[in-house]
Design a binder for this molecule. Structure first.
Ligand SMILES: N[C@@H](CCC(=O)N[C@@H](CS)C(=O)NCC(=O)O)C(=O)O
Length: 331
């Protein structure tokens, strides 16, 4: 675990001393957009036109942010158009690695040893954390983006002309609502579990813990009468929540101490989670071995023994009751 400082790797854990024990996530720095015609997106430079075979994704199967991009690649039928390299779940003193003996596919483009070499290939004197996901452009030899929330928006529309898949997970009439729900879910749940897990004071931990369960209680209520988070169709908001939910009982409940209750004890959330898990193609994006191995093995300030728990035994493939609520298709 560490970061690049002017192109040099430094092995360093997160600094929480200057923030009263609170974990502060660094904003992603690389924010260009792939667009259908190569014009600039909402931020960054123009010149990244959607083309088959031009882009490559670097992901961890353990990471909830990277997981979003894998789900969108799957749902939007981009697998034959955008390649993927998977890092090892073990994120140790050199950060994310391409060690094939511990579960990486290897770096399919350059055969690098570590992900930080992709960042310095992009910019030799790069400074900042080396995070997944990364969307790489093979034509310009640059990182397009390392921000998952924006990569999924690109995948949602930019390649529609190539794939013929027009399913829309961020439809114009629902955007305001989706943004509002994303805000609550990101702050309290997606990032909330990390704020609880990486807190180094009791007060910072409890504040995050309370936020996690306040928001889960609200989600449980929403899902009582609504099939999905924003009305009766599945949207980006659901997939952004899903990647945290699917890790919750296996990792966040124990390792990050979010243990007021397990998600299995929330009736609506657990049924909803199973529906999303069983969505066509999604199961292929979930790897609980990588998930557990990453958190319990890599965070040695939290779990120095590196013992990976054997449980819990949860069957996400068992029946759910969500068909009792109406739903419409995304496209
Ligand atoms: N804003 C980023 C966050 C990505 C992120 O923090 N990824 C984690 C893995 S779950 C990571 O690579 N952390 C390495 C580090 O912080 O050094 C996104 O959503 O794409």
């Amino acid at each position: 675990m560490g970061l690049l400082v002017e192109g040099q790797w430094q092995d360093k854990w997160y600094d929480t001393d200057s923030s009263d024990g609170k974990f502060k996530r660094e904003s992603a720095q690389l924010r260009n957009w792939v667009t259908a015609d190569g014009t600039a997106g909402p931020s960054g430079d123009a010149g990244f036109k959607a083309e088959s075979g031009r882009y490559h994704l670097y992901v961890s199967l353990a990471c909830p942010w990277a997981h979003r991009t894998l789900i969108f690649r799957k749902l939007k039928e981009l697998e034959n158009h955008i390649g993927v390299s998977v890092v090892s779940p073990e994120m140790l003193s050199n950060g994310w690695s391409f060690n094939t003996s511990t579960g990486s596919t290897g770096d399919e483009l350059f055969g690098s040893e570590f992900l930080h070499q992709i960042y310095t290939r992009h910019k030799a004197d790069y400074s900042g954390r080396v995070t997944v996901p990364v969307l790489w452009c093979k034509q310009t030899h640059r990182i397009v983006s390392n921000e998952s929330s924006e990569i999924i928006r690109m995948f949602n529309t930019a390649f529609n002309g190539i794939t013929g898949n027009h399913d829309d997970y961020y439809p114009a009439p629902l955007q305001t609502m989706i943004d509002r729900v994303n805000g609550l879910v990101y702050y309290n749940i997606n990032n909330g579990v990390y704020k609880a897990g990486f807190a180094t004071t009791q007060a910072a931990y409890e504040e995050a813990y309370n936020g996690v369960f306040m928001a889960l209680d609200s989600v449980e209520k929403i899902l009582e009468n609504n099939r999905y988070l924003v009305g009766d169709r599945i949207t980006e908001a659901d997939w952004r929540l899903f990647t945290t939910l699917v890790r919750f009982d296996a990792v966040y409940h124990g390792h990050f101490k979010c243990n007021r209750q397990r998600l299995e004890e929330f009736s609506n959330i657990s049924n909803y989670l199973r529906e999303l898990f069983q969505w066509p193609g999604v199961v292929d994006t979930v790897d609980l071995h990588h998930i557990k191995r990453h958190y319990y093995f890599s965070h040695n300030t939290i779990n120095p023994s590196r013992i990976v728990p054997a449980g819990p035994a949860i069957d996400f493939a068992r029946e759910h009751n969500r068909t009792r609520l109406p739903a419409v298709h995304t496209s």
